[in-house]
Ligand binder design. Structure first.
Ligand code: CP
Length: 324
């Protein structure tokens, strides 16, 4: 199937065929990421601007590396070093980046809807790198790809997302993707952070952590998004950890082959004990590696490259890469 979208703004609007196409491209780019030489210059001559108006380690770095592995020119613009500080509007900033002939704008912003707002005003492709509590589509793709690598299919797979769901763009994008692909999603956390109406998205909502863990194949832990909460949604972090933190004792209640995920950044000792985060069931760092492949796929597809030609194009480079 071909990919016709210039932008990647959310998961909600994607069909299951588009999701499959994207994940298939990710699988191929993962081979590139793991090879000794990662240069597959399909985007040579392209200009990519990483425009991050919120902090990021994983997403910003992996988009920069993905663009460079694909041979593009990549520049980074952060809020505190941009003329947003001098009162320039978001629209003017985006129009100026377009005037600099940016082919792709990768946008992270604290306000939901900013990537869509920009995409409606520029010819450049726009990729949402996380907007408010709305969407983080490339994180959902890397979570889904990690599940697929471990289980081979989404059919009947049970995924529990534990933590601050209300303020989480990762939770919303994961829910859209996983339910569209046939996985069963359970949400758990304090009732102030996990409203019952999330059930309308096709999930189960439970408030007892043991119940949420007992039959899960994957546990995806989310940190408390303090930066989006005007007031605390629970009495203290200590109480949150006591009721919902993933401890050694709680891991023992899980299925013996259940896998632990976390999008990062981790708050060790709050939502997860350090030894669990670093333990053998944790795939936290594999998720980060998969994020690189996902972002190569996002750049390849949104710039109009044909997914059906990817095998042949990679074959030109991969044997060479492997033999060196
Ligand atoms: N998971 C994630 O989006 O991490 P960063 O905020 O570091 O990009």
């Amino acid at each position: 199937m071909n990919w016709t979208r210039k932008d990647l703004l959310d998961i909600e609007s994607l069909s299951s065929d588009e999701i499959k196409t994207f994940l298939n491209c990710t699988r191929k780019f993962k081979q590139v990421c793991l090879s000794p030489r990662k240069h597959v210059p399909f985007l040579q001559g392209y200009t990519i601007v990483n425009f991050f108006v919120e902090p990021s380690t994983r997403t910003r770095t992996s988009f920069e590396l993905a663009g460079k592995h694909l041979g593009a020119t990549v520049v980074n613009l952060t809020a505190n070093m941009s003329s947003l500080q001098k009162g320039e509007t978001l629209k003017d900033t985006a129009k100026n980046l377009e005037a600099l002939q940016a082919d792709v704008l990768i946008v992270r912003h604290s306000a939901s809807g900013v990537p869509l707002f920009i995409s409606e005003r520029v010819r450049s492709s726009v990729i949402n790198a996380g907007d408010g509590a709305h969407a983080h589509p490339t994180q959902a793709f890397l979570d889904a790809f990690t599940i697929l690598e471990k289980r081979g299919s989404f059919d009947g797979v049970k995924v529990t997302i534990l933590g601050d769901i209300l303020f989480s763009r990762v939770a919303r994008s994961d829910i859209w993707l996983l339910t569209k692909m046939g996985a069963h999603v359970t949400l758990c956390g304090p009732s102030t952070l996990v409203p019952k109406n999330f059930e309308k998205m096709g999930c189960r909502v439970v408030y007892n952590v043991e119940e949420a863990l007992e039959d899960a194949d994957f546990i995806n832990l989310l940190r408390i998004q303090h930066e989006r909460q005007k007031k605390s949604a629970f009495p203290s972090l200590r109480e949150y950890t006591a009721l919902f933190g993933l401890t050694k004792e709680r891991v023992e209640l899980m299925k013996s082959d259940a896998i632990i995920m976390h999008p990062g950044p981790i708050n060790r000792g709050v939502e997860i004990d350090s030894e669990i985060a670093d333990g053998e069931r944790s795939v936290v760092l594999q998720e980060v590696t998969n994020g690189l492949a996902v972002r190569m796929a996002a750049l390849y597809l949104t710039t109009g490259n044909n997914p059906d030609e990817l095998d042949a194009r990679l074959a030109e480079y991969l044997p060479q890469i492997v033999s060196k």
